[in-house]
Design a protein around this ligand. Structure first.
Ligand SMILES: N[C@@H](CCC(=O)N[C@@H](CS)C(=O)NCC(=O)O)C(=O)O
Length: 247
């Protein structure tokens, strides 16, 4: 049976879209990519694909049509973590989601944890310059480290890349670029403290995991560090204008 029509709307700068890009590559999915310029969003995208105006989004099913003329017959799905589940369901042989119910629950728990303790703390620190925001991220990294398998091999859950890893890789990549190169609205001293904390022996398990993650071909394919550094610098200026003085 051939796979249904799948169109992925993303943007290279978007960490949330990168989550989906990694999963689609890993699954060797058959899809059409459409880049949405978030600085200049097309009206058809908001009115016909995602009313929230955000990427990632996908259309699934319906006839094959040009991405800027989505069919009323396709389903429109948004939210990166929901789309990750969809990709795993569409391509079970990718093993992006394990078959064992307990392992599946662990994948979902890691995804939920990285969202609450890490994703939700990244923006306030990087984009808003929240004072001492690095501590929230450090605590988040510690909480995730506690979930990692003890044996020092494999990924977030087991020895296969899962959607838990797809969810976390772009976030961690960006965070690391930001504190290592001091790109963001935070106090530069905080970047140093964060770097020191992450390089300490007690974070060895986390470091080994993220090193393995970024050595994985499906992650490597979408990770362009220089591009992300340049784009992140550009975004700082946008955030200064949009959000005004630091809280
Ligand atoms: N919770 C959403 C967040 C999506 C999101 O905020 N996407 C950003 C790019 S990373 C976006 O499209 N921003 C455009 C805007 O807010 O206008 C998800 O996980 O997909």
């Amino acid at each position: 049976m051939s796979s249904p029509q799948l169109t992925f709307y993303g943007f290279k700068v978007s960490a949330n879209a990168m989550r989906v890009a990694i999963a689609l590559s890993h699954a060797k999915a058959d899809f059409t990519f459409c880049s949405i310029d978030l600085m200049n969003k097309p009206e058809w995208f908001v009115s016909q694909v995602n009313p929230a105006g955000k990427v990632p989004a996908v259309t699934i099913g319906g006839p094959i049509v040009p991405p800027d003329q989505p069919s009323p017959e396709s389903a429109k799905i948004a939210e990166s973590l929901v789309i990750l589940e969809l990709v795993a369901d569409l391509y079970p042989s990718s093993r992006l989601m394990p078959s064992d119910p307990v392992e599946r629950a662990k994948v979902r728990f890691f995804m939920q944890t990285q969202q609450t303790v890490f994703a939700n703390n990244y923006f306030p620190w990087y984009a808003l310059g929240k004072a001492n925001g690095w501590k929230d991220l450090y605590e988040g990294a510690k909480a995730l480290q506690a979930l990692l398998p003890e044996n020092g091999t494999g990924y977030a859950v087991g020895n296969q890349l899962t959607i838990a890893d797809c969810a976390f890789a772009p976030l961690w990549g960006r965070t690391k670029v930001c504190f290592e190169r001091c790109i963001g609205r935070f106090d530069p001293e905080e970047a140093k403290l964060f770097k020191e904390a992450m390089e300490a022996p007690e974070m060895a398990k986390f470091r080994a995991y993220t090193d393995r993650l970024f050595a994985h071909p499906s992650v490597k394919e979408h990770w362009d560090e220089e591009f992300i550094a340049t784009a992140s610098k550009g975004l700082v200026a946008v955030f200064e204008k949009r959000f005004g003085p630091k809280p």
